[in-house]
Design a protein around this ligand. Structure first.
Ligand code: F6P
Length: 367
């Protein structure tokens, strides 16, 4: 039977468990042996108890559990060749030659590097007699399939990443809660949300909660004096009778000179210039926690199934696929192309080409 390994890597995201469950159960139904690699890439390097054979019951109840039960880590050893050599040896010893990785762009790039180095790693292991010549012959190729698990929704080539919708919902609930206390006291709140260098969570939360102003990395506020522009908007809304002011700031927000825009600074501006009683709330890791929304369970399940199918139809000459979703259809496209496009967003921002950054992220919000 074909042996497939599945692991989760990078920051956890709600729906990762549903993805692992789908890979395990659909893999079994296709006659494969499925192994969960615990603790992300660290588990690949450590081997032993971290690589566990899964059966139908191993993933019972996982659909509704947040986080990732098989664990995750931001792993340093795997970034070294020595670490990857050890990982390759562990996989060969377990007989695993296909890996489904659920993580963000960094984790998926790591997976593709591992695959492209694989032949050299196998040669070295054979030369050092860490694996037999027969094993080297049998395991000449590694198949990698990527699933995007990240609350940030920061991967190109896919409309939405596993976990982002749940996280957005959690943010909305938090902002709703803040709204009632803000209204009671006629206060202003500056709410910092996650997303790393991506403004999707902030922008969507702004739309979904009716925030007064949103700061995101891809489209910094126009003009040199964003402070005045923001105050004008907040003041106008107050003049219209609004009793609260809510500003949502992405953790990666910047101004047009690429300087970070921090919640504390926004608070000071609102306090000093408008005399608003202002508080800062950093939502933090509550945004990553809790039970996945139905959407993420479904997305992760359908994509997990597609990931197994992608393993089964893979060949050594085709590039590693990334499972995405586009116009409500599960897709499978070249992983590294998606990563390159994602990096292009960062490049556009660093070159202050914000229209391009927005275009790449989401054309419907481009100028
Ligand atoms: O990528 C997910 C994410 O939650 C980002 O939004 C955030 O910048 C980062 O991870 C936080 O990482 P950590 O959990 O290591 O603090």
């Amino acid at each position: 039977a074909r042996k497939i390994g599945v692991l989760t890597s990078g920051g956890d995201a709600p729906g990762m468990n549903a993805a692992v469950r789908a890979v395990v159960r659909y893999g079994l139904s296709k006659g494969c042996d499925v192994y969960a690699v615990y603790e992300g890439y660290q588990g690949l390097v450590d081997g032993g108890k971290c690589i566990r054979k899964m059966d139908w019951k191993s993933v019972r109840g996982w659909l509704s559990i947040g986080g990732t039960t098989i664990g995750t880590a931001r792993c340093m050893p795997f970034k070294t060749r020595e670490g990857r050599l050890q990982a390759a040896e562990n996989l060969v010893k377990e007989g695993i030659s296909s890996l489904i990785v659920c993580g963000g762009d960094g984790s998926l790039t790591g997976a593709d590097v591992f695959r492209s180095e694989w032949g050299g790693l196998i040669d070295e292991l054979k030369q050092n007699e860490r694996i037999t010549p027969e094993e080297a012959d049998t395991y000449q190729h590694l198949t990698i399939v990527g699933l995007v698990g990240s609350i940030d929704n920061d991967m190109s080539s896919t409309d939405i990443t596993i976990g982002a919708i749940t996280s957005l919902h959690r943010i909305c609930e938090s902002v709703d809660s803040i709204n009632t206390t803000a209204l009671s006291h006629s206060r202003a709140f500056v709410i910092e949300v996650m997303g790393r260098h991506c403004g999707w969570l902030a922008l969507m939360a702004g739309i979904a909660t009716g925030a007064d102003f949103v700061f995101i990395p891809e489209r910094p506020p126009a003009g040199d004096d964003w402070e005045t522009a923001m105050c004008e908007v907040a003041h106008r809304h107050r003049e219209m009778g609004k009793r609260k002011t809510v500003i949502i700031v992405a953790e990666g927000a910047i101004d047009r000179s690429l300087n970070p825009i921090k919640a504390k600074h926004i608070k000071n501006i609102l306090t000093d210039r408008l005399g608003l009683d202002t508080r800062v709330t950093t939502l933090g890791h509550t945004q990553r926690g809790g039970s996945p929304a139905a959407f993420d369970r479904i997305l992760a399940t359908t994509q997990g199934v597609e990931a197994v199918d992608a393993v089964l139809r893979s060949s050594p000459d085709t590039p590693s696929p990334l499972i995405g979703i586009s116009s409500n259809k599960v897709t499978s496209g070249p992983l590294m192309k998606a990563v390159e496009l994602t990096h292009e967003v960062a490049k556009a921002i660093s070159e202050k080409n914000f229209a391009r950054a927005m275009e790449l992220r989401d054309p419907q919000f481009a100028e």
